[in-house]
Write a protein that binds this ligand. Structure first.
Ligand code: ADP
Length: 212
């Protein structure tokens, strides 16, 4: 279903364009934009599917290394500043210049980017706060808090399932795949960590996890 919908939509618009809509300047651009949106969706879907297939078939060979957390934070800031700004959202990043984590760089970046991207997608205005807490000598807790639309209690247990998307206009609009949080959960499992979530509808959501 997840693959069929965008493919059918693309085919439908291409057929309509070929059947004459191409010459109709009132609609041709709109149809092309819709095709573009659905192809982006397919693109996201395929790359998420490739990731999750690898992860679920245990092909996920982690390349553990010592990483300066600040490098990841700087990368997030560069990658998401403008998207957040365009929605009037302020991103608050922690100073973690002297924190080192043990993780697979590529995969842990994907955890951070999935969570931050969701926080932006499911918020309007307000702040998104990424914070770090020392739990012990060798353990830190990382949390990503937003003041967004929140998630109903009844859905909280399901959002980590592959393809599960809360059925609201927002989820339909983001072009997401419903695979992001399933990927996050798998990657953190592989790192011996667990993802936690707390949320209140219309108040916001906080996702947190621990790393060594
Ligand atoms: P998607 O591609 O739909 O964003 P995810 O697996 O990343 O898929 O998330 C699953 C669902 O959980 C989303 O469709 C959305 O409804 C909900 N969700 C995830 N993050 C948040 C958040 N920060 N605030 C509110 N809802 C969220």
């Amino acid at each position: 279903h997840e693959l069929k919908t965008p493919i059918f939509t693309i085919k439908g618009f291409v057929d309509t364009l070929l059947d004459g809509a191409l010459e109709d300047s009132n609609v041709n651009k709109i149809f092309l934009m819709k095709i573009k949106k659905q192809s982006n969706r397919l693109d996201n879907l395929f790359s998420d599917l490739i990731d999750i297939t690898k992860i679920e078939s245990n092909e996920l060979a982690l390349n553990m290394e010592s990483i300066r957390l600040q490098n990841i934070i700087d990368w997030l800031e560069t990658s998401y500043e403008s998207k957040a700004k365009s929605k009037d959202i302020i991103l608050v990043f922690p100073d973690c210049s002297n924190i080192t984590i043990k993780a697979d760089l590529k995969y842990i970046k994907s955890v951070f980017s999935n969570l931050l991207e969701n926080a932006i997608n499911y918020s309007d205005k307000g702040k998104i706060i990424i914070s770090i807490k020392n739990i012990s000598e060798s353990k830190i807790s990382i949390s990503i808090l937003d003041n967004g639309i929140g998630i109903k209690n009844s859905q909280l247990g399901r959002i980590f399932e592959r393809f599960y998307r809360v059925d609201n206009d927002r989820s339909r609009d983001t072009g997401g795949t419903g695979l992001g949080l399933a990927i996050v959960k798998h990657i953190l499992d592989a790192h011996g960590s667990k993802i936690r979530v707390e949320s209140k509808v219309n108040q916001g959501t906080v996702f947190s996890f621990e790393l060594n």
